[in-house]
Design a protein around this ligand. Structure first.
Ligand code: FMN
Length: 180
């Protein structure tokens, strides 16, 4: 059983990373093999709209999304962590999300179907501020079981200083695996 982490903050060790890591820890406790990709440290282009994926399996763009596709194809579940930047997913998350287009068939069915958790870290204190629009963003092939928003996360160690939040994330990771 494999659970894949997708880290979309540029800040290693900050809130999104802490959330994804805690959930992966919970998943590992339940026997999952885990692996994380940090999008910011990879060479990933936006979708080139070449439509190769509409007549073939896979994506024609030969960049660091290729190892991610390979792991996504193998994964049983996915955990994404992203900050809110300018009212929406950080650009690193948008790159990843746009490239999920490769999993969309011309008849709008999906080539993969995996459960996913999404962790959002934001500076704003209002948990309702961005979540509805984030929820409307389609993650092709990934079925979001839960989107957990952490508010007031202005400092990078905001989450790591709160054991009860960390336990919530771990529990979400355990549940993700239990529900497989
Ligand atoms: C470029 C930029 C844009 C941001 N835009 C928002 C925003 O629109 N709303 C918000 O609540 N926080 C915003 N923030 C704050 C981050 O969402 C917050 O610090 C988050 O916890 C960072 O996640 P990280 O610790 O995982 O890097 C922004 C931060 C940066 C650097």
């Amino acid at each position: 059983m494999k659970v894949l982490g997708i880290l979309c903050s540029p800040r290693r060790g900050a809130n999104s990373d802490t959330m994804v890591s805690a959930a992966l820890e919970g998943a590992a406790e339940k026997g999952a093999e885990t692996k994380t990709f940090a999008i910011n440290e990879m060479n990933i282009k936006g979708c080139q709209a070449c439509m190769y994926c509409k007549t073939h399996d896979g994506c024609a763009v030969q960049d660091d999304m290729q190892p991610i596709y390979k792991e996504l194809n193998d994964a049983d579940a996915v955990i994404i962590g992203s900050p809110v930047y300018m009212w929406q997913y950080a650009a690193q998350a948008r790159l990843f999300i746009d490239r999920l287009y490769a999993y969309l068939n011309p008849d709008f069915t999906f080539k993969i179907q995996k459960p996913a958790l999404v962790f959002i870290s934001q500076g704003n204190e209002n948990a309702d501020m961005f979540v509805e629009s984030l929820k409307k963003t389609p993650l092709i092939g990934l079925s979001v079981q839960d989107m957990i928003v952490v508010t007031n996360a202005k400092l990078p160690d905001f989450v790591s200083k709160q054991p009860e939040l960390l336990e919530n994330m771990k529990q979400a990771g355990r549940k993700l695996v239990d529900d497989l």
